[in-house]
Design a protein around this ligand. Structure first.
Ligand code: COS
Length: 384
């Protein structure tokens, strides 16, 4: 449901140019300094990229899902850490409020998230709680007009930058599983909330994660998303459904970038007296990657369109995440292979991307969780 094709095309062209001319040349700088340069953050804010998915009424661009994945295809053509900084504001760090927040919560937080004035973060995972999200242990105890939060959240993306944390905690200790979980909006700097040291990750340097430690962290009663106790887990699942589609689009973008790099290398590199692109075994790798990237792009676009039409796309979003995350892993592997020895060297971007893309199969639900969600929904629908 593209609302205005001409405006959208102009915006996509602008993003593509920003990626090509500004971000790609500074990938190494970001990897070396482990930080997105401040001037780039400012440009991203100016382009409205922190608020793509936030409604226009709150200062965002209010993109449809189809429009958003088209932007993500473009943003995917550079180091994923650039997108990661604005990813939480568009996805897991804001959508809980967009979907389930009270009018007051929307008014208070969304404009600042949309402008990029603050970064939002999603604190679900814990040291002992990953895929089994409903078993989370962080506690929320009612104390007069406040809730008191205690627990540790782990591997929290953008926590070091965050001005707002969506913290999932068990507000009803007697209820096991999903039913006793509520989502709390906790402002950065709230006494009792502190951050652990930066995690030392395999890749995606420039994107940061760390522990978020809550020690008698007091938040007002109206900090519960939607003002509804026990709804937090469902909010988390809905947010992740949507996020999986966005991540899938990023995977497609990265795949296209890797194909471009591999093709350029194959055309320049000569062996046995000719460019290696002339050899059929290299061609097979290029063709397989191109085919798989097209399959990923097609399924993401189709699912985004159906979501815009109001369909429940939870199952298909999981299909997209499963396929696209695995697909970009295969594409990255072939890109390194086509580069040969050079692909193992840090002088070539494919070495960095090979490590960066490994995360896609893990975060916002592992490939195995996607399989589980897909099959469970198939069985549920068959029984209905
Ligand atoms: N949308 C809306 N509601 C949903 C939902 C969805 N996609 N998925 C589940 N729910 C609801 C269920 O309907 C159920 O509500 P009721 O009790 O009212 O029926 C409740 O949430 C509990 O659901 P379920 O019983 O399916 O929960 P499980 O504990 O079996 O776990 C999985 C479900 C495994 C799918 C979930 O824990 C999960 O997605 N884990 C991965 C977490 C993840 O992605 N972590 C990444 C880190 S965060 S970036």
């Amino acid at each position: 449901m593209i609302r205005d094709r001409e405006t959208l095309d102009a915006f996509l062209t602008q993003i593509a140019r920003f990626v090509r001319e500004t971000l790609v040349p500074r990938e190494n700088e970001m990897a070396e300094t482990d930080a997105v340069p401040a001037d780039i953050v400012a440009t991203m804010r100016g382009l409205g990229l922190f608020g793509m998915s936030i409604p226009e009424a709150f200062g965002g661009l209010g993109l449809t899902m189809e429009e958003e994945v088209l932007v993500a295809f473009e943003l995917g053509r550079t180091s994923p850490a650039f997108r990661s900084l604005l990813g939480t504001n568009n996805g897991i760090g804001s959508q809980g409020i967009v979907m389930d927040g009270t009018p007051a919560q929307k008014q208070r937080w969304l404009p600042r998230l949309a402008s990029g004035e603050i970064v939002g973060s999603f604190a679900l995972t814990e040291p002992d709680v990953g895929s089994d999200a409903a078993s989370l242990k962080t506690s929320a105890r009612r104390d007069g007009d406040h809730w008191v939060l205690n627990g540790t959240k782990r591997y929290i993306t953008n926590a070091p930058e965050a001005g707002l944390f969506t913290v999932f905690a068990r507000s009803e200790p007697d209820k096991k599983g999903a039913a006793g979980v509520s989502a709390f909006l906790v402002e950065g700097g709230t006494p009792g909330l502190r951050l652990g040291t930066l995690d030392r990750k395999m890749g995606q340097r420039g994107a940061h994660t760390c522990d978020v430690i809550l020690e008698d962290c007091r938040v007002p009663a109206d900090a519960i998303i939607g003002g509804r106790q026990g709804e937090g887990f469902r909010t988390a699942m809905k947010v992740l459904d949507r996020g999986r589609l966005h991540i899938s689009a990023v995977c497609v973008g990265v795949a296209h970038r890797l194909i471009d790099d591999a093709l350029r290398f194959a055309l320049e590199r000569k062996q046995f007296g000719q460019p290696i692109a002339e050899f059929q075994l290299i061609q097979a790798m290029l063709a397989d990657s191109r085919t798989e990237a097209l399959a990923g792009r097609s399924m993401v676009l189709e699912t985004a369109r159906r979501k815009d039409d109001g369909a429940d796309v939870a199952t298909d979003a999981a299909c997209c995440k499963l396929f696209c995350a695995e697909m970009v892993g295969r594409v990255a592997d072939r890109a390194v292979q086509i580069h040969g020895g050079a692909g193992y060297m840090q002088d070539y971007a494919v070495e960095r991307f090979y490590r960066d893309v490994r995360l896609f199969r893990i975060y916002e639900g592992t490939s195995q969780i996607q399989q589980l969600v897909i099959a469970r929904n198939m069985i549920r629908d068959a029984k209905a």
